[in-house]
Each structure stands twice: as structure tokens, then as C-alpha cells.
Design a protein around this ligand. Structure first.
Ligand SMILES: [Fe+2]
Length: 368
């Protein structure tokens, strides 16, 4: 058996139940699905302890037993933290931006057991058995190794997340797959499916995104290997506390328009263009969606998972609470190079949004 691609479910990791036909239908129609409290409470507990350990070391002004201290770090403190990149490259282990702070522990084994591996059988149900990249995580040297489709946005992400420019890939991307790209554990490990995005946390009293939801976006490019992502809460998350917020149905509209733009020649990183159709933030389809669709705040108890189509319009919600830190981890499931060869990644037949999904998913009528 190929070590990187086991065909069985993750040994020892309790699996989230398979989706029902009506759940699949809702997922296809809305582009997201909330599964309340499906993750192992012990692993959620472990992840919370890891977060508070990281806070005690890097953000000691946040006292666990005193929510009145749960305030952003000073600019000076943030700048100092954000400059502390590991010797092997990648993002700092903990960094901050306003009311957000991040713990880049997503390639650690327990974080992969927590959500990506617990959802392995669901991932195979949705994308097809034997077609999903296995999240192996970091090895003893702190590196991860996995396949990577080197498109323009992925190459740009390497530099942004502390991976030195080796000159190995053109800045516009080669649009071919590196079979075994090595990335530091705190690097952009979501590009290879080897790690989750660690913990994305929002402190209480975060600012409003405004009536036009500036900051709402669709992740990355339409081309690539990620087909759906999961956002998982490791602690209770009441409504209005910074939950993952989505625009139902936007996945279909954004997918279609971004593919059309790509087939007309626009790439995700073409920000020099006066008018973008596939930039992910201000595309006409995104402005239209914001104008005619009400966003949904996905909340739930600890262990809740939001499954979402990778192109859905979303934003991390405003945390209006006074005593809740929104604690979420995010992971994107990718199709393997064997199941989705490079020419198909950028093939025009991809305008069929469910082309690369399982027969089971393709057979379900989303309108039922
Ligand atoms: Fe995003």
C-alpha cells in the first residue's frame, strides 16, 4: 500500500457518520452543511489546551479565567510576534492581526486526527473512494510532503507564508503538479493537503465588517485540487460570536463566473487588471450575491463542523460576545493527481461544478 495514500480509514480515528441523501442534497444546493458536535470531545479538549498553552507563551496578557483581558495585543507586541518565523521557514507559530490571532499547529498529528481524519470517510463519500489526498502531517524534521498543483496563487502563497523563493517555479506558476513538495509545518501546508490551517481565533468585541461585508471572499482560484473545506469549532460557539459566515448558493454562481473568466484568460493573481472577474473579493458575481442573498452565521457547540464548497462566498463573522473566543480550524480536501491529472485541473469541462465529485454526489438532485 502506498504510505501516503491509505485506502482504509484512518486507524484509530473515530469517523464522523456518512452523510444522508438529504444532507448531500442540501450541501449541493446551499454549498454548505453544518454538522453539530460530531467531533471527538477529547480531541477538542486537547486542541483547546494547546491553544491556551500557545496563548500563555506568546500572548500572556490573555488570562484564561478573565474574559476582560481578552483584548488585542498592542501594535508593538504584534509586530514582534509576527516577525518570529521558524528557522526552517513558514509562518510564526503564533501571530496576530487586530482581534484575530492564529496558531499554526495544523500539521500536528492531533490536529489532523481532530477534523481532517475524522472526516476521511465523509471526504471519500463526497469526492470518491481512493481519490482524496491523505493528510499525513509533519514528520520528525518538522516538514510535510505532499502533491502540489503549482498555479499562480499557490506560488504567490509560498512567499507570503515564509517559504523562500527558490526560483524553482515561475512566479506565474507552472500549472503542473509537484509530486512531493516539502513545506515547513507552519508553512502553507493547505496547498498540499498535508495540514489544516491551525487555529483561527477571534477575540470578543471584534469590529463590524460593515453593511457591505468588506472582506467577504471566495478562497483562491477556481482551478486547483481543493473541492471542499471544513471549518471545525473546538469550543462552544454561540450565535453572533464570530462563526464562519456563508452566502448560501454562492458556490454555484462564483464557480461558474470564475471558470468563465479563467477560460477567457484571467488568472487569480491578475490584480493589475482594472476590472476583476475572478479575484475573489470584488468580482461582479460577488457584489451581486451580497446584494441579493442573506448570509448565514454557522454556529454550534464544541465539535461542530461546517462542510463548505471551496468556492462559497464567506467571511469570519463579527464576534459580538464579551466572553467567547471563536476557535476554529480549517482544512481543504484535495483530489489526488492520479484521480485528477493536471490537464483536467484546468480543463473547460470543469464548468460542471460536480464533475470531480463521487457518483453518489453527482446522482443526488440538489432541488429535492
Ligand atoms: Fe477564506
Amino acid at each position: 500500500m502506498n504510505k501516503m495514500q491509505p485506502t482504509a480509514t484512518a486507524p484509530g480515528v473515530k469517523q464522523v457518520p456518512l452523510l444522508t441523501t438529504s444532507e448531500i442534497a442540501r450541501f449541493k444546493r446551499d454549498g454548505f452543511l453544518v454538522l453539530p458536535a460530531v467531533l471527538d470531545p477529547e480531541l477538542c479538549h486537547q486542541a483547546r489546551e494547546a491553544m491556551w498553552d500557545a496563548v500563555a507563551t506568546h500572548l500572556p496578557h490573555l488570562k484564561r479565567d478573565d474574559p476582560t483581558t481578552w483584548k488585542p495585543a498592542s501594535d508593538k507586541k504584534s509586530a514582534r510576534l509576527n516577525a518570529q518565523r521558524p528557522d526552517i521557514g513558514g509562518d510564526p507559530y503564533v501571530f496576530t492581526e487586530g482581534h484575530r490571532f492564529y496558531v499554526r499547529n495544523g500539521a500536528e498529528q492531533f490536529m489532523l486526527d481532530l477534523a481532517p481524519r475524522a472526516l476521511w470517510q465523509v471526504a471519500e463519500q463526497l469526492l470518491g473512494e481512493g481519490t482524496v489526498v491523505w493528510p499525513a502531517g509533519a514528520d520528525d524534521s518538522g516538514y510535510t510532503t505532499g502533491p502540489c498543483f503549482m498555479s499562480d496563487d499557490v506560488v504567490a502563497g509560498l512567499a507570503t507564508h515564509g517559504v523562500e523563493d527558490t526560483g524553482q517555479w515561475p512566479v506565474e506558476g507552472s500549472f503542473t503538479t509537484e509530486a512531493a513538495l516539502r513545506l515547513p509545518g507552519t508553512g502553507p501546508v493547505w496547498s498540499t493537503g498535508q495540514g489544516a490551517r491551525g487555529l483561527y481565533c477571534t477575540l470578543p468585541g471584534s469590529p463590524s465588517p460593515g453593511p457591505d461585508y468588506r472582506g467577504a471572499h471566495s478562497d483562491g482560484a477556481c482551478y486547483g485540487r481543493v473541492r471542499f473545506q471544513v471549518t471545525a469549532y473546538i469550543d462552544d460557539l454561540p450565535p453572533g460570536s464570530g462563526g464562519f459566515t456563508v452566502w448560501p448558493g454562492s458556490h454555484i454562481r462564483v464557480w461558474r463566473d470564475q471558470w468563465q473568466a479563467f477560460l477567457e484568460g484571467e488568472k487569480h493573481t491578475d490584480d493589475h487588471l482594472p476590472e476583476r472577474k475572478a479575484g475573489g473579493y470584488t468580482d461582479p458575481v460577488i457584489l451581486r450575491t451580497k446584494a441579493d442573498t442573506r448570509p448565514v452565521d454557522c454556529h454550534g457547540p464544541a465539535g461542530t463542523v461546517v462542510l463548505w464548497h471551496t468556492k462559497i462566498l464567506h467571511i469570519a463573522g463579527q464576534n459580538t460576545s464579551t466572553d467567547v473566543i471563536r476557535q476554529a480550524t480549517i482544512y481543504g480536501f484535495q483530489k489526488t493527481p492520479e484521480s485528477l491529472p493536471d490537464p483536467l485541473v484546468t480543463d473547460e469541462t470543469n464548468v460542471d461544478i460536480w464533475r470531480d465529485w463521487s457518483e453518489e454526489v453527482r446522482a443526488v438532485n440538489e432541488l429535492q
